[in-house]
Design a protein around this ligand. Structure first.
Ligand code: FAD
Length: 494
């Protein structure tokens, strides 16, 4: 542990994955860290709630890249297994297509090759080649790219990336379609980059490393839900001396002589030596006097944001049939839904949707003999959000769910809660109600993303899914580590 600079006080705004990560690193570096969270519980988009005996993770549910979580815990001399039990899911997930067809993605590359071969003769060989590239990209991304703070374009220039420059200018969509013609296999291979927030046709081919994360590393589930990872980080942070203040919305970030010197919480000015904002970047800057904001409204307007989402947390009073833990309902037109998110924002006529039922593999998350369901429809950020629209879309998807999985469930619903654009804004101060930040397109990658360190205010920093490396839980863990490094550097320099 560095003994420098003991006792310097740092305020962290927000308690999502990125803030918790940064807080742990900063506390380990010797800072006196206090987290201010506007909500009554920690975790941000990854909070959890209980109702009628059901447990619902409110946001993330796919535990991918377990190596990134493990690297985080190892930095503190511990392991994820010191805090929670991880189960590898098999199948990892099931994708439903038109005409009552579905494909299960199982828990090893060999099984996945077989599933591809069964769908299209000769495709397993092509997949093996595709995954070999994806694996190399994963290694390069982890070793050379994602753990860089986005300070300079030179960070991206390595022997390995120069050799693959074409992959930054081609797209996932193009590369997948060069090899595969079967629409179902194409959809499966284009699915992982949806986590990065843009259309596969706007996502650089280099991001095929997400396919390796999917097929090569697998889909895991922390027993008790994704929130176990938040709890683990809170426990770790507390053991390192981090203090938590919940129900503590920060209403102002103060600047004196170009240096961030305090924040305002409940009308009280609290002095700090530095402030790190882990709330949505756009909101964080809105807490500053105008002249100290780096990015204009126009800047944010012109960025490609990850979708917002209509979410339903649903308790069923019986066990459900013909489903898996994770289920993708790709039985409608993907391009039409994508256009309704990115090109011509409107509610999609026939939405694709995703559903998970953690109680299938983790019985403690629902009362005995019952099932918890989480349904998600991706939507354009900033779109009109009314109770009537939510109800209409719930009816649409639950009807399709009943038809596709061949069972009646609507009359078995004993709990239902929705969450959409309005709550993303009111609960997280999310820009336009985005669900998972700013997309990773070519022009929104690495040094082209909003910066971790304010260019206008000394001792003011940002972290989280709107900055580097991007959306998702593993990138948020990395973002926290990167910003802690920059904060240390700034204190060392002055
Ligand atoms: C529905 C959904 C599904 C997802 N699925 C997955 C998945 O399966 N796998 C995956 O890896 N990722 C997934 N993600 C993305 C992942 O959850 C996020 O990338 C990650 O949790 C973001 O963490 P963060 O720290 O950047 O932000 P947040 O979690 O949003 O944390 C920001 C915090 O700041 C607080 N805050 C805001 N304003 C203030 C203020 N003025 N004062 C004090 N506090 C404030 C907020 O309340 C919040 O707690 C999903 C996200 C959503 C929403």
């Amino acid at each position: 542990m560095s003994s420098f600079p003991m006792g310097k006080k740092i305020a962290v705004i927000g308690s999502g994955f990125s803030s918790l990560s940064a807080a742990c690193y900063l506390a380990k570096q010797g800072y006196d860290v206090t987290i201010f969270e506007k909500n009554s519980s920690v975790g941000g988009r990854a909070r959890q709630f209980q109702a009628k005996g059901f447990t619902f993770d409110m946001g993330p549910s796919w535990y991918w890249m377990p190596d990134v979580f493990e690297r985080f815990f190892n930095d503190f001399g511990v392991s994820a297994s010191d805090y929670y039990i991880l189960d590898k899911l098999n199948p990892a997930y099931r994708v439903f297509f038109k005409n009552n067809e579905s494909i299960a993605i199982e828990d090893s590359l060999d099984k996945i090759y077989n599933a591809f071969e069964a769908e299209e003769k000769g495709s397993s060989k092509k997949l093996a080649k595709f995954i070999a590239t994806a694996r190399t990209n994963y290694d390069i991304a982890i070793k050379n790219l994602v753990y860089r703070p986005g300070v300079s374009p030179l960070e991206l220039v390595t022997k390995e990336t120069i050799m693959r420059i074409g992959q930054f200018f081609s797209t996932i969509s193009k590369e997948v379609r060069k090899e595969f013609t079967n629409e179902k296999l194409i959809q499966i291979l284009e699915f992982p980059v949806l986590f990065l927030g843009a259309k596969p046709s706007d996502t650089p081919a280099f991001y095929s490393f997400m396919n390796y994360a999917d097929f090569g590393l697998g889909t895991w589930h922390p027993r008790g839900g994704m929130f176990q990872a938040i709890k683990a980080m809170q426990t770790l942070a507390t053991s390192l001396g981090v203090q938590f203040k919940t129900d503590a919305p920060v209403s102002k970030i103060n600047v004196k002589n170009g240096i961030c010197d305090s924040i305002v919480v409940h009308d009280k000015t609290l002095p700090f030596d530095a402030t790190l904002c882990g709330a949505d970047y756009h909101h964080g800057e809105s807490l500053l006097p105008k002249e100290y904001r780096q990015y204009s409204e126009n800047y944010w307007q012109n960025k490609t944001f990850a979708p917002s989402s209509l979410l339903f947390y649903v308790g069923f009073d019986k066990k459900l049939q013909n489903i898996n833990h994770h289920n993708l309902f790709f039985d409608t037109d993907f391009d039409a839904h994508a256009a309704a998110i990115y090109d011509d924002p409107k509610w999609p006529e026939r939405p694709l949707f995703y559903a998970n039922f953690t109680s299938l593999t983790d019985p403690n998350t629902a009362p005995e003999g019952m099932e918890n369901g989480f349904f998600l429809i991706p939507l354009a950020p900033g779109i009109e959000d009314t109770e009537a629209l939510r109800d209409a879309f719930f009816d649409k998807i639950i009807k399709r769910f009943e038809e596709i999985t061949n069972q009646k469930v609507k009359n078995n619903i004993i709990f239902k809660k929705s969450f959409c654009v309005k709550e993303f804004i009111s609960e997280y101060n999310s820009y336009k109600g985005n669900a998972y930040g700013m997309a990773n397109t070519l022009l929104q990658t690495a040094f082209l993303r909003p910066k971790l360190k304010s260019a206008k205010v000394k001792k003011l920093f940002f972290t989280g899914q709107l900055t580097v490396p991007g959306p998702g839980v593993p990138p948020s863990l990395i973002s926290g580590k990167l910003v802690a490094g920059l904060i240390e550097k700034e204190f060392q320099n002055n």
